[in-house]
Design a binder for this molecule. Sequence first.
Ligand SMILES: [Zn+2]
Length: 435
Amino acid sequence: MISIPEELNPNQGIPGWLELDDLSLHGDMVARIPKGAYIKGIIGGEKPFFPVSEILGTAISKPEGVNSNCGWVELETLTFHRDIEAVAPLAPYVRGEMDKDHNFYPDKPYTIVRSNDFIGNGEEKFMTTQAIEALVNTVIKKYPIDSTQITDPRQKFTLLAGSKLEIQQYDRVDHNHWKLLLSSPVNGSVIWFAYSPHVNIIRPNINRSTVITYQILNDDNGKLKATAKLACNFWNRFVIPQSNIVIRLGTFYSPGSVIARAYKPYQQGNTVYGKIEFNTKYLGTFTNYGIAGTIIHEIGHTLGFGWDQWMNLFYQNTGAFKPETIKKIPELQYMFVETDYGPGTAYSHWDEERFDQELMTGFKDTYEYVLPVTIKVMALLGHVIAEELIQKTNLETLIREIEDVLFTMTETVQEINFEYYKDTEISEEIYTALT
Ligand SMILES: [Zn+2]
């Protein structure tokens, strides 16, 4: 095994353990025996706690009649999240229940989940292939610490200079490390860490054969043109659509409180067409990001959110996803589809009560965010995910990130028939809460 110095301070933190019943931390020098179920680890390094063992000891079971919330404890931050929050757990974590007195009862079989189960069953392609390439001989490790501190030979391996390792996803963590999700497990695990100065991330040269583009039917001082590009960029960044998407934009005037109205998408050949019209009464009062957000939402529908394949993914009476759908995208167990508010809103959005300000809820909000699962679910609607969204992110932040990107798809765009029109019914009207 070749060891590479990694400029880390291995002396950060002290060895100790985490007691799961009350999430309390105890240093090894304390003269007491761990109580209940516990996990050995490093206390007070970069993270409040860094687990190095499995769950040890004996869990205290929940007394009869005690009410509790189901959820999970994220071990590195020692925070408990309830299932209802509908955020993806951040590994490593332990599933269990917490009562109102903050007692935590881990679920059987008492295991630490060390990888986020974001890999599907292999049938769908959720990610295009990416890789890391070692610039020098480097050690890939189970933990983001100096490899000399890891004694178990199963918890590290050498990647020789110039060799590549296929990854599904990567994320920057402390101490100049990448957290890697490998395409295939090594020693039974897909989560590993690499010292970032020693490796290059090779992003895929995505072979795009389809594109999401727009057509302006009539505009209001160039507002729609400026914002349509932002909206198309958003989706082109994350998704390679099964067919080309043309979103047509126009205006209308109404003295009422309708901001915009969208028409049912339709397909001809290799192109799906969608149409949105904006009320000129409001157009001038919205920021470009606000208008782009509305277009992004409607492109979401044009990509299939609310139509055809989507309708088979969940139960219409509860809005909960079917087990076979959850098997493909585990986060969907925390998601619910809107079942209220009638045609136009029901069955084609995330549940408003639970996910109020998410992009794909049925009501427009001033502040909106995007959940990773909103991107991920596109894989079940026939599209290829070009990039995963790593975490819940402010929509405006995401729009700003791709503001200046040019998706040059001249040849593909030339093949699109921009002259094909069909009248379809209004599928959705977006109202303002302002009066
Ligand atoms: Zn909608």
